[in-house]
Ligand binder design. Structure first.
Ligand SMILES: Cc1cc2nc3c(=O)[nH]c(=O)nc-3n(C[C@H](O)[C@H](O)[C@H](O)COP(=O)(O)O)c2cc1C
Length: 286
């Protein structure tokens, strides 16, 4: 490997490629605020959300301990960007005045539709393929000189009480199909998607990544009419395999009524790696 030459730098931001989420939280009048965020990660079903003090979201979570973590897909980045200069805080905090304006109806402003949640009051974003309904467990104060310069911030520890996923991305009932799903990734303030092909899987050594038995929902044009693809499609009826996720439901223990929505699958994923970058295989080999 060629020797690297390092520079000592003071990066303005440290968003090194984390997924984007849209956080729904409850305003004092019962309406739902919506805000893009990217500083979050998951361990099991507990998530840490990094929020600046000057956000309406942080204020809302302090007052009403519920939220929804909506995960947009990469094609939605322009709608996400419409939310970027908005805040639900009125008046707009001094530190944000140059770049932000107050907006009450953020769903409307970004062209999103409100969808009722099962277990919490804030609405979900119907257009997002994955929703995690959550309750706040603790709000931890964060420190650091550079964070103080941004007005200070908190890490909200939330626990998922229900997960919903578009059935197009669900595999084997409890897994998100990593070949089909890509989060919207925020990489140093630029939007990205994941690459088309996986590099490998944990606990599989150097095994060559496979494409799996089931054909992908939208095979690339080059593979759509290839012999292996047609063989896989042709073999499924012969094997008597019927795949129907519609109307399936796996209720979360912490929650009551079941979702009646047939277009999505309410599930108990074994992991939330798609949202967090953390892997399930640390605990489980499958
Ligand atoms: C893609 C993206 C990611 C962001 N990530 C965060 C974040 O992780 N934490 C945060 O406090 N603000 C983040 N922001 C900034 C907030 O969205 C912004 O402060 C917004 O005004 C918050 O809305 P609110 O005041 O209505 O809660 C992000 C903005 C964008 C566009």
């Amino acid at each position: 490997m060629a020797q690297r030459i390092f520079q000592t730098i003071e990066p303005k931001i440290l968003y090194f490629g984390t997924p984007v989420a849209l956080i729904s939280s409850l305003n004092e009048d019962g309406t739902t605020n919506l805000a893009p965020m990217s500083s979050f990660w998951a361990l099991g079903w507990t998530l840490m959300l990094g929020l600046l003090d000057e956000t309406k979201t942080a204020e809302n979570l302090e007052r009403h301990a519920e939220c929804v973590i909506n995960l947009p897909s990469p094609e939605m980045w322009k709608q996400v960007e419409k939310l970027a200069p908005l805040t639900g805080k009125n008046p707009v905090p001094e530190l944000k005045k140059k770049q932000f304006r107050f907006e009450k109806c953020k769903f409307e402003e970004a062209g999103f539709t409100q969808l009722a949640s099962d277990c919490v009051k804030p609405y979900r974003v119907a257009e997002c393929p994955m929703h995690l309904e959550a309750r706040v467990r603790h709000i931890h104060r964060m420190g650091g000189e550079k964070l103080q310069a941004l007005g200070g911030g908190v890490a909200a520890e939330v626990e998922i009480v229900r997960a919903h996923a578009d059935e197009a991305f669900v595999k084997n009932m409890h897994h998100i199909d990593a070949e089909k799903w890509s989060p919207l990734v925020y990489n140093f303030r630029h939007y990205f998607r994941l690459a088309d092909h996986e590099l490998g899987k944990t606990f599989c050594g150097s095994r060559k990544p496979t494409r799996g038995l089931l054909p992908t929902a939208h095979p690339r044009p080059s593979t759509r009419f290839s012999l292996p693809y047609l063989f896989r499609v042709g073999c499924l009826p012969l094997l008597g395999i019927t795949v129907t996720l519609r109307d399936r439901h796996w209720p979360a223990a912490a929650c009551g009524e079941a979702s009646k929505n047939t277009k999505e699958t309410t599930m108990q994923p074994r992991f939330l790696a798609a949202a967090s970058g953390a892997g399930d295989s640390v605990f489980r080999r499958d």
